[in-house]
Design a protein around this ligand. Structure first.
Ligand code: ATP
Length: 260
C-alpha cells in the first residue's frame, strides 16, 4: 500500500483586526492507503481547521496538500488548484461526514444518498445507481427507511445515511469530523462499526474525535497541539475486540503525557 495523502508545512492563519493567529502551523504528515487515522488534540488545537484544509473547504496560507491518485504517479496539489477543479476532484475522491449530518431535509434518505452519484460527471446508468444505493441501505440497516425524510430518523440513523452519502461514489478517502459527537453511546458504536467495516474493506479514513472509545477503533492517532503535529501513536493492527481495552490504556497514557 502506498501513500494516499501528503501534507507538507501546511499553514492557516486567521486574522481578527490586527491580531494574526496561526491555527495550523507548519503541519506535515502522511496518510497511507487503507489507514484509519484518528486526529486528536485539545479544544482549539486546530483539528477541524486541518480537516477543512485537506477537504478543500478552506484555502491554506502556506504549504502543500498532495492527494496521490491511485495507480498514478501524478500528485494533485489540492491547495493550489482552481476552485472548479477542486470541486470536481472532491466530488469523486473525498467523502466528508460532519458532526451535524447535513442531510438535505426535503430529500428522502434514498434521494440524499443518491445525490452525489447524480452529480458525478461519469453518470452511471440509473438502474445501477439505484441498485448501489439500495444495496448500501441494506448492508447498513437503512433499507426500511429509504422513503423517509431526515427529520423522521433518529440521530444515529441520520448519521448512517450521511456516511452512505459520503461513500456512495467510492471515494479513496473519507474525512469525518466528530461523526459521533452528537450521538449516544449505542448509536456511536453502530456508526463506528460501520466505519470499521468500511476500513477493513480498504477505505482510507481520517477522523477527528475527542472520544477515546472512538479513537481506539483507528489504526493510528495523530495528536495536534497549537496547530502542529505533536506526536503519533500506532496501534497494533489486530482489531480483536479484546484488544480495545489494551489500546485504551495505551492511548490514555499517550494523551496524559501530552497534558490532555
Ligand atoms: N473562521 C475562523 N475565524 C477565526 N478563527 C477561527 C476560525 N475557525 C477557527 N478559528 C480558531 O482557530 C482555532 C482552531 O479551531 P479549530 O476549530 O480548528 O479547533 P479544534 O481543535 O477543532 O477545536 P474543537 O476540538 O473545540 O472543535 C480556534 O482558536 C478557533 O477559535
Amino acid at each position: 500500500m502506498g501513500k494516499i495523502l501528503e501534507v507538507n508545512n501546511l499553514t492557516k492563519i486567521y486574522c481578527e483586526g490586527s491580531i494574526e493567529s496561526k491555527v495550523v502551523d507548519n503541519l506535515s504528515l502522511e496518510v497511507e492507503e487503507g489507514e484509519f487515522a484518528i486526529v486528536m488534540g485539545t479544544s482549539g488545537s486546530g483539528k477541524t481547521s486541518f480537516l477543512h484544509l485537506i477537504a478543500g473547504i478552506d484555502q491554506p496560507d502556506g504549504g502543500k496538500i498532495n492527494y496521490l491518485q491511485k495507480g498514478l504517479e501524478d500528485k494533485i496539489d489540492f491547495g493550489h488548484i482552481s476552485e472548479k477543479a477542486k470541486t470536481i476532484f472532491r466530488r469523486t475522491n473525498i467523502g466528508i461526514v460532519f458532526q451535524q449530518q447535513c442531510l438535505i431535509p426535503d430529500l428522502t434518505v434514498y434521494e440524499n444518498i443518491m445525490l452525489p452519484m447524480m452529480l458525478d460527471r461519469k453518470r452511471k446508468e440509473k438502474n445501477s445507481m439505484k441498485g448501489t444505493v439500495l444495496e448500501l441501505c441494506r448492508q447498513f440497516g437503512l433499507i426500511e427507511h429509504t422513503r423517509k425524510y431526515p427529520s423522521q430518523l433518529s440521530g444515529g440513523q441520520q448519521q448512517r445515511a450521511a456516511i452512505l452519502r459520503a461513500i456512495v461514489n467510492k471515494p479513496p478517502v473519507l474525512l469525518c469530523d466528530e461523526p459521533t459527537g452528537s450521538l449516544n453511546s449505542a448509536q456511536s458504536d453502530i456508526v463506528m462499526e460501520i466505519l470499521e467495516s468500511l476500513n477493513q474493506k480498504g477505505q482510507s479514513i481520517i477522523l477527528v474525535t475527542h472520544d477515546i472509545k472512538v479513537a481506539i477503533r483507528g489504526s493510528r492517532v495523530i495528536y495536534i497541539e497549537d496547530g502542529h503535529l505533536e506526536g503519533e501513536l500506532r496501534f497494533n493492527s489486530d482489531t480483536e475486540k479484546e484488544l480495545y481495552k489494551q489500546r485504551e490504556v495505551e492511548l490514555m497514557s499517550f494523551l496524559q503525557k501530552r497534558g490532555w
